[in-house]
Ligand binder design. Structure first.
Ligand code: AP5
Length: 216
């Protein structure tokens, strides 16, 4: 199975839902960019203060700030047998930074690498965003469509709605995705790394399709 996995896909396409499960089942570190940035905000760090302004506007946090955090994780001992990148890279600039870091570390072998893009109809995404709830404690992802309690079934933590999960910010996030992240499909297709997976079906069906592409 491929073990150096990059996930692409628009906001609410299901990246977090799928990568959480994949990480648990295959013991691969889940490098979740949005979660790491939200932790910086929560901690009140300098990086968090800068990131907050961009995230609340649905814009990308500056590449140097986010790359520093993510590259450190990719190069860590924990990721020596592989990793799942969720939310990084999100622009050609970030993809070049990642390529350079991997090449400098002697990891230029593409045999274990794959880029999975979740493809979801645009008209479903806003609905998923508005209905998403997260656990404050363990970050488990829920949808009001099939879960109505405000307590996490995993750890008993309180559920909350992300501050960028509103219609106005979501529309800006879609624009940012279309302008800056979409070109990565072509970038990785040219390297023969891109695999598209239909993200419109049930989470279970999406997961099985992801396993198929990882094993082929
Ligand atoms: P981030 O937290 O990464 O947000 P995102 O990419 O917009 O992705 P989401 O977390 O919204 O969605 P998801 O695809 O993980 O979907 P989920 O599984 O939760 O980034 C937030 C912000 O941080 C960015 O806007 C930016 O400002 C900044 N940032 C992050 N990375 C950056 C970078 N590299 N550079 C610069 N800035 C960066 O699912 C969504 C909902 O749908 C849930 O309720 C779920 O239960 C439901 N669902 C999932 N799958 C299905 C399914 N198959 N069917 C029905 N419902 C489903």
């Amino acid at each position: 199975m491929k073990t150096e996995i990059i996930f692409l896909g628009p906001p609410a396409s299901g990246k977090g839902t799928q990568t959480d499960r994949l990480s648990t089942e295959f013991s691969l570190p889940h490098i979740d960019t949005g979660k790491l940035l939200r932790a910086e905000i929560e901690a009140g760090s300098e990086e968090g203060k800068i990131a907050k302004g961009f995230m609340s506007q649905g814009q990308l946090v500056p590449a140097d700030l986010v790359s520093k955090i993510i590259i450190k994780k990719v190069m860590s001992d924990e990721a020596r047998n592989g990793y799942i990148l969720d939310g990084f890279p999100r622009s050609i600039e970030q993809a070049d930074i990642l390529e350079e870091a991997l090449a400098n570390a002697g990891k230029n072998n593409f045999d274990n690498r794959i880029v999975v893009k979740l493809v979801v109809d645009e008209n479903m995404l806003l609905d998923r965003i508005i209905n998403r709830r997260m656990c404050k404690n363990c970050n488990k992802i829920f949808s009001l469509k099939n879960y109505t309690s405000d307590i996490c079934d995993e750890c008993g933590g309180e559920l909350y709605q992300r501050s960028d999960d509103n219609e106005e910010t979501a529309k800006k996030r879609f624009d940012t995705y279309n302008e800056q992240t979409s070109p990565l499909s072509e970038y990785y297709a040219q390297k023969s790394l891109l695999k598209e997976v239909d993200g419109n079906t049930s989470p279970e069906a999406v997961y099985q399709n992801i396993l198929n592409v990882l094993n082929n």
